[in-house]
Design a binder for this molecule. Structure first.
Ligand SMILES: [Zn+2]
Length: 188
């Protein structure tokens, strides 16, 4: 995980800084979300896109209700698209469209077409939902990937999983961005 490059335009830069500094998320009660997430976990074992779509939509709808925002339209797709450059190939796990506020999630790996692990899938779902929260509730219309954004997404993920939040250790880069130091983060 790497933060987005720092915007040069003043107003965008101010939004970026606000997002970066916002390291918490006011959480709703977790019981109902955890029940719905447990159902999603079970459904993922069926390997059936339609069932995963329905279970994911239930979770997204419950999250939207809990955070008192309009639910984003959701589409669950099969194999992840592969973006190939000269040196490497990256898979898209999910995305969020600022204008339509729609979330897309891919449930299968790009090459082997295997169903994604539940943890990875849920983490992507929480990540995309946090983009939605930024845009519709937190007045962060560009929903930049800042340290604050990644930490908010992690707080939501661990809340749904009912697992302790790890303190993320960030490595600073010379251009002002940060990346996660996974080794030190996991050791904490
Ligand atoms: Zn993102």
């Amino acid at each position: 995980m790497h933060t987005d490059s720092i915007p040069k335009i003043k107003i965008d830069n101010a939004e970026y800084q606000r997002s970066d500094e916002l390291r918490t998320l006011t959480l709703p009660p977790g019981t109902e979300l955890r029940e719905i997430a447990a159902n999603l976990k079970a459904v993922m074992k069926t390997d059936d896109r339609k069932q995963v779509q329905a279970a994911s939509a239930s979770l997204i709808t419950a999250m939207a209700k809990a955070f008192m925002v309009a639910p984003p339209p959701l589409k669950v797709l099969n194999a992840r698209p592969l973006k190939v450059t000269e040196n490497y190939a990256t898979e898209t796990f999910g995305d969020y469209d600022f204008e339509s506020t729609a979330i897309r999630l891919w449930m299968r790996t790009a090459v082997q077409k295997k169903t994604t692990s539940y943890g990875t899938y849920l983490s992507t779902l929480c990540h995309e939902f946090c983009h939605h929260l930024d845009v519709v509730a937190l007045e962060l219309p560009h929903t930049y990937h800042t340290r604050g954004f990644y930490e908010r997404a992690a707080i939501l993920y661990h809340h749904v999983q009912d697992t302790p939040v790890r303190t993320i250790v960030w490595t600073p880069h010379r251009n002002g961005t940060f990346s996660v130091d996974w080794a030190r983060t996991m050791r904490r």
